[in-house]
Ligand binder design. Sequence first.
Ligand code: SF4
Length: 197
Amino acid sequence: MPQPSWKVNEIFYSIQGEGKHTGMPAVFVRLAGCSMNCPFCDTQYAAREGKETDSAHLLQTLAQWPAKTVIITGGEPAEQDLTGLIAVLKKAGYAVHLETNGSIDTDVSRADFVCVSPKKYVSPEMLKKADVIKIVVGQNTDLDDLQKYYAYENTHTQIYLQPESNKQENIDLCVKLLKNHPSARLSLQTHKLANIR
Ligand code: SF4
């Protein structure tokens, strides 16, 4: 019986640089492909390039590192069989964190942590499933959209504002917005500031 496989752009061991788990060592599995085409995307290479990788090869690659947390990212992971990938990783004993744009309503109930970062379109169902809603804030951000996302904030779901490209003007805007909405948090891309790969 053929093993399940996914088109994978890269697998690497690093430190989570942003959001709630900043500073945590983890293995990143970056799935290939994303149809969103955001102008500020910093992983456009992942939308184009990927290699079909089956579950045996994936687990063999992960086994070389001591970390027991896998962060599935992209590209947009939900454009492939994300539920199947989470199941394979959970069966192998990994804690599974997910970073998704939330555009495709997907069963992510077995993931340990779900970060939804809305872009041009987001499924309201995915916003309800999010542990964190991470909003990238730049000069063109529609502030009315922020109010819409704030409505999903509750004891389970935390809002993070992340300045686009770490630009100072976007950091300043985030700080201003956070001061008006103090239950949200600031997420900086610390891996870029610290030059961590
Ligand atoms: S949704 Fe994310 S991965 Fe896809 S193009 Fe936009 S920023 Fe890049």
